[in-house]
Structure formats: structure tokens, C-alpha cells
Design a protein around this ligand. Structure first.
Ligand SMILES: [Zn+2]
Ligand SMILES: [Zn+2]
Length: 157
């Protein structure tokens, strides 16, 4: 994936975006909220700094989403077709969760971790070479050092 610019957009084509860096981390989330919001079995999200998302065209609106933690969850959508393109979770607006399904080449992305596997639908079988966690994981144990450093810089810590 390195060296290949990740581009994507909404269903109507008005919003187009480009990710300027490789993702920090990618979740496949099996929580019930992702199931409800996507109308599917799970959601795949790239975690990346705000300033690494370049909006190339289109207008973006935001809506309030549900939140398991009780902290804010703001969903960013195309103003025309309302496709959700990314979210701000947990009141940390300096990095975002980009919906992998909106990429032009979503199959180029493999999840780094499956989370909330406790509510996974039984017919989804996680490949044995992919990490799976009942709820969540310890960040320092799963993220590579350079990605942890990027995250630290993104949150200003
Ligand atoms: Zn659209
Ligand atoms: Zn989820």
C-alpha cells in the first residue's frame, strides 16, 4: 500500500478525497452500533490525522452519531447524498476514522485489528492471521512505534 495514494469519495461523486499518508491503523469493528449504522455485519475504519485527509471536492455536513463511550461522535457526510465518509470519535478531533468502503480501492486495505468481536455475527469467520479482540486492545501493544508517535503528535500529547 505504501506509495499508492488512497483516494475515495461518496456515492454521488460530489465528495472526493485523498489520504496524504498511509493509515495509522485500521479497525474492523463488530460493535452493534457499527452494525446498525452500516446496516451490515461490521464497519472498517482507517484511523488517520485530520490534516492527512485532503478534501478535493464537494461539501461536507456533520451529524451527531451514537457513542458507546458517551463521548461525542460526529459523522461527516456528503451534503448531497449523505454518504458517511468519516467520523470524529471520542472528542478527539485531531484524527478521524475514514470509512474504508468509500475508498476507490477498498480491497487494498486489510484490518490491523478486529474489535468488539463479542458482538460479531457468527457467520463471519476472522482469518487466523488477523488479530481479534473481544472488546478493545492496549494501544501500546498493537500499534507500531512510528504510528504511536504519529498519534501522539496528532493529539498534541
Ligand atoms: Zn455524495
Ligand atoms: Zn464499532
Amino acid at each position: 500500500m505504501d506509495g499508492i495514494a488512497l483516494t475515495g469519495g461518496c456515492a454521488c461523486g460530489a465528495v472526493r478525497y485523498r489520504l496524504a499518508r498511509e493509515p495509522m491503523f485500521t479497525h474492523c469493528c463488530h460493535c452493534t452500533q457499527c452494525q446498525q449504522l452500516s446496516g451490515s455485519a461490521f464497519a472498517i475504519n482507517i484511523i488517520i490525522e485530520n490534516d492527512s485527509i485532503e478534501v478535493l471536492s464537494g461539501d461536507i455536513i456533520t451529524t451527531d452519531g451514537p457513542s458507546e463511550s458517551g463521548r461525542p461522535h460526529i459523522i461527516h457526510r456528503c451534503a448531497s447524498c449523505q454518504t458517511a465518509v468519516w467520523s470524529d470519535y471520542g472528542g478527539r478531533p485531531n484524527y478521524r476514522f475514514v470509512r474504508v468502503g468509500t475508498l476507490d480501492r477498498p480491497h487494498a486495505i486489510k484490518p490491523d485489528a478486529h474489535i468488539f468481536v463479542r458482538s460479531k455475527v457468527p457467520w463471519v469467520i476472522i482469518p487466523p492471521d488477523q488479530k481479534a479482540f473481544d472488546i478493545f486492545y492496549v494501544l501500546e501493544e498493537e500499534w507500531p512505534a512510528d504510528k504511536l508517535e504519529r498519534r501522539r503528535r496528532a493529539i498534541g500529547g
